[in-house]
Design a protein around this ligand. Sequence first.
Ligand code: 7PJ
Length: 277
Amino acid sequence: METPSLRCGGRTLTLEIPRIMGILNVTPDSFSDGGRFVGKDKALAHVDHMLQAGADIIDIGGESTRPGAAAVPLQEELDRVIPVLEAIKERFDTIVSVDTSKATVMREAAASGAGMLNDVRALCEEGALAEAAESGLPVCIMHMQGQPRTMQLEPVYDEVVAEVIDFFKGRLQAAESSGIDVNQICIDPGFGFGKTLCHNVELAQNLGKMAAIAPVLTGLSRKRMIAEMLGDHSLDRTMGSVVAALQCVQNGASIVRVHDVHAMAQALTIWQAMRTG
Ligand code: 7PJ
């Protein structure tokens, strides 16, 4: 099989080795680095740090989707994301992904040099399929049960893995019908988005089945599931997150979305060296 690669605007990202997507939150309320990178200078300093540490993609998010979070108005999301995106593109030669569900944000992001779209609502919002098609950019479509405000109240599945895979098949068809090149799509099981710890673990164990459909992206960095597995919500989640992400790679993930790029990059370097000799 040919190694998949993503055409990210002017750059190509091959997926023959695992890739790191570094998280840049530009929300005032994000759970782990809330408010820290809202200022442009701080955001740029953090991007510089993540790129030096080995990030292949920078993922900017202006809508908090943590459990319980409220919706963000369009203009506010544009004001948070677009100036930072422009500043990054001006200063760094890297692939910038934009974490959004809104068609207008996708359009503005593509016009401002974004190299990828990352949609936790899998292009289900009005106009999103058409904007993604128009942009020609790679898209990560994520599975979520419910909406952020209520999704963790009582997630229920008969067969979590089969249901998530069926969802991806449906969204891939919808994307293709809208003119999106299916080779430009990554899929993400959406850890913590309407899932219990058991659901999350079962999905992580079955990433290979998803990787047979499309390249898999996973994000579990610093999430509650890490604290739950450690049995302690007061502990630092960095080490747990790195190990969990590495296990996702082992199980078939091509891209890992992380806060702690330096630690992740070290883990992947050692993993590669020990595998390939
Ligand atoms: C994810 C995301 C994820 C993708 C967030 C957080 C919450 N995008 N955006 N996958 N999570 N593709 O980072 O904890 O898991 S926001």
